[in-house]
Design a protein around this ligand. Structure first.
Ligand code: TXA
Ligand code: MG
Length: 325
């Protein structure tokens, strides 16, 4: 089911009244509020259970609105916006006065993007402003890629869920910081490093997953309930079978190169050969293994090029150390 015009009008009304709307984007579903309504923005943090210092992305309806929200836009940012918007690219720029500090976690920079989804764009046009939206999951959990995932995750905590069908890209946007002298990738995502470098004409720095430099990027994130263990591709099946024998309910991501091999495990995911299909399916696979009652997921990392970089980043962080409760 995809949203009708009346749903979009209703969602825009909810935003104007200070409510929260879950909206589809091409990457993942977002939990949206009117970016200029500080009480609504505060509610996002409350619903997600997210620390208030973790900045949000402001979604806008088109590159032509960029200067309403930010200041000092460098030429590289214009170039990237022109090439990749609407699309899965977020630019970090200097905050303009229209963006409340509540949305930026107190930072003088703000993350902005134009989503490439007809329903999101229609909502942004109908609301007439900016929509701050983190992924519509509880803090640290797997991001939702369908309207049903959002309902399962947030239930009544969200005032309206706009259904725009399953997300096409499946992993979050690539975040590029363009405030400094040299642009850098803060989070790999739907636009690949290679695509960015082809447009810019020079290489980009990519942070290593083990260093938490960006607010809101903790080692454990995008995590299912089951523990995630990463091993070499050729060891995935043996490790999974051993853990299953030891009494775990094991979910296994069988690498495409071992497709069809019989595996003695609780649940099996056949990893798609195509990286875009893998990215599109990734969060759904993790949710599915949780739903099937797995307590351990055994997987390997894809080659870290193209979309494989973002997939590996999410898997590493799903496997990252978790806060002790
Ligand atoms: O694809 C996406 O980007 C999705 C959809 C809904 O647009 N949104 C998303 O939002 O992934 P969220 O809140 O889950 O992740 C946004 C991340 C934050 O965790 C933070 O690391 C980074 O964006 N961020 C936001 N503002 C920033 C800033 N001013 N400086 C550095 N990083 C920032
Ligand atoms: Mg998120």
């Amino acid at each position: 089911m995809t949203a009708r015009t009346s749903d979009i009008e209703k969602a825009a009304g909810v935003l104007r009244a200070g409510g929260l709307v879950a909206l589809p984007t091409e990457t993942v579903y977002g939990l949206g509020a009117n970016a200029e309504d500080t009480a609504a923005v505060a509610r996002i943090f409350q619903v997600k259970g997210r620390p208030p210092s973790h900045p949000l992305i402001v979604h806008i309806g088109g590159a032509e609105h960029l200067d309403e929200w930010v200041q000092d836009v460098p030429a590289t940012a214009r170039l990237l916006a022109e090439h990749f918007w609407p699309g899965p690219l977020t630019l970090v720029l200097r905050r303009g006065p229209r963006v409340p500090l509540e949305a930026t976690g107190g930072l003088e920079t703000v993350a902005v993007r134009v989503p490439d989804h007809p329903v999101a764009l229609a909502l942004l046009a109908a609301s007439g402003g900016g929509v701050t939206a983190p992924s519509a999951n509880r803090f640290g959990q797997v991001s939702p890629t369908t309207a049903n995932d959002v309902r399962a995750e947030l239930g009544d905590a969200v005032d309206f869920v706009l259904d725009g069908g399953p997300c096409e890209v499946g992993v979050e946007s690539t975040i590029v910081d363009v405030t400094g002298d040299a642009p850098s990738i803060l989070r790999p995502g739907g636009v690949t490093r290679e695509e960015l470098e082809a447009v810019l004409g020079f290489p980009l720095a990519v942070p290593s997953t083990s260093h938490v430099r960006v607010p809101g990027q903790h080692p454990s994130h995008y995590a299912p309930r089951a523990w995630v263990v990463l091993v070499e591709p050729e060891k995935v099946i043996a490790e999974a079978e051993l853990a299953q024998e030891l009494g775990h309910q094991v979910g296994v991501f069988v690498p495409a190169s071992f497709a069809g091999a019989p595996v003695k495990a609780h649940a099996v995911v056949a990893v798609p050969t195509s990286m875009s299909a893998y990215a599109r399916g990734l969060y759904g696979f993790l949710r599915e293994l949780d739903q099937q009652g797995c307590d351990l997921i055994v997987a390997s990392l894809p080659v870290e090029e193209g979309l494989g970089l973002a997939i590996a980043n999410r898997l590493r962080r799903a496997a990252g150390p978790r806060p002790t409760v």
